[in-house]
Design a protein around this ligand. Structure first.
Ligand code: UDP
Length: 329
């Protein structure tokens, strides 16, 4: 029996594959390589290149393989891009999930762990954000992920499927081997961008606004290490495989850090001064996103191992020093 990982060549999916294989699972990767990298796929995973919106392609994978459960990461994931091109997100993310579910039903695959996001909540009405917080996305990325969650939920109610949706806060860091990590082209995420400066790939960090109502005016985010995040996916998968009911969990550290605090921490880790400029706000960014992950800790028995941002930045720095240009394409 195998686990299908959609988006297994992407940042988060590739770490999922590494951990699953490390634990002895047989892993099937599906990825269209639009934003993922072939080099990020674990050599022991079986790889099918194709698009989850393509029913015939997906059917072929499910026909060939004996799939027991799905970890669904395949999606576009940039807030800024989603504001400019919302239909891309509703097509690839929402429609792609719909097709995946159709084929899961066709092949009687009963469990799915879904990669969701804190962007489903929108502007926080209180922090830390728990799973009871209203979901009012303020960008198409979050809206699409919420629609995907709802589609999965209705499908699970109608068919013999159980799911866990995991709402991530800001995922960062890299696999301890230094072989895989966070790399996008073009890069838009804060930690890789900050580290491009000491890596001599960028002159300075642009901070998107310092007029937010936060401790120092810059956006506050909750950073969670990728290995802790994936550990929660594996616990969620086992939870479903052992017959538990569908549920939704937040995944974060519970600590909020401003952009200035992240910059300082990166300077300490890299032992370099990192120049910056303050520019306009980026549309679609809430001021503060901090998670309550109490539910995941209680129900999934999840216990994150990385407890401060310096450790997270340290692990990202290890990867970026090994891969200053990111992955080869
Ligand atoms: N950010 C920034 N400069 C950058 C990239 C990101 O100031 O070059 C800010 C961004 O506005 C947000 C935070 O860093 O407040 C984290 O952004 P990222 O894109 O990493 O993740 P997101 O919060 O969008 O999931």
């Amino acid at each position: 029996m195998a686990i299908l990982v959609t988006g297994g060549a992407g940042y988060i999916g590739s770490h999922g594959v590494y951990q699953l294989i490390g634990l002895g699972y047989e892993v099937i990767v599906v990825d269209n390589l639009e934003t993922g990298y072939k080099n990020a796929i674990h050599p022991e995973a079986k790889f099918y290149q194709g698009d989850i919106r393509n029913r015939d392609f997906l059917r072929e994978v499910f026909e060939q393989e004996n799939i027991e459960g799905v970890m669904h990461f395949a999606a576009n994931s940039l807030v800024g891009e989603s504001m400019k091109n919302p239909l891309k997100y509703f097509d690839n993310n929402v429609h792609g999930t719909q097709v995946l579910l159709e084929i899961m039903i066709e092949y009687h695959v009963k469990h799915i762990v879904f990669s969701s996001t804190a962007a489903t909540y929108g502007e926080p009405q209180y922090v830390p954000i728990d799973e009871f917080h209203p979901t009012q996305p303020i960008n198409p990325y979050g809206e699409a992920k919420l629609m995907m969650e709802r589609i999965i939920d209705w499908t699970a109610k109608a068919f013999d499927i159980t799911y866990v949706s995991l709402r991530y806060f800001n995922v960062a860091g890299a696999h301890s081997s230094g072989k895989i990590g966070e790399s996008h082209l073009p890069e838009t995420h804060l930690i890789p961008i900050i580290l491009q400066v000491p890596n001599h790939k960028r002159e300075k960090l642009s901070i998107y606004g310092e007029d937010y109502e936060t401790k120092d005016g810059t956006c506050v985010r909750d950073y969670i290490h990728i290995e802790d995040l994936i550990d929660a996916h594996i616990k969620a998968l086992k939870y479903l495989l052992s017959g538990h009911k569908s549920d939704i969990f937040n995944l974060g550290s519970g600590e909020g850090y401003s952009i200035y605090e992240m910059l300082k921490a990166a300077e300490n880790v890299t032992k370099q001064t990192i120049p910056y400029e303050v520019v306009q706000r980026r549309p679609g960014d809430p001021a503060v996103l901090v998670a309550s992950s109490t539910k995941a800790k209680e129900i999934l028995k999840w216990a994150p191992k990385y407890n401060n941002v310096s450790q997270i930045i340290e692990s990202a720095w290890h990867f970026h020093q090994n891969h200053p240009e990111g992955f080869e394409v």
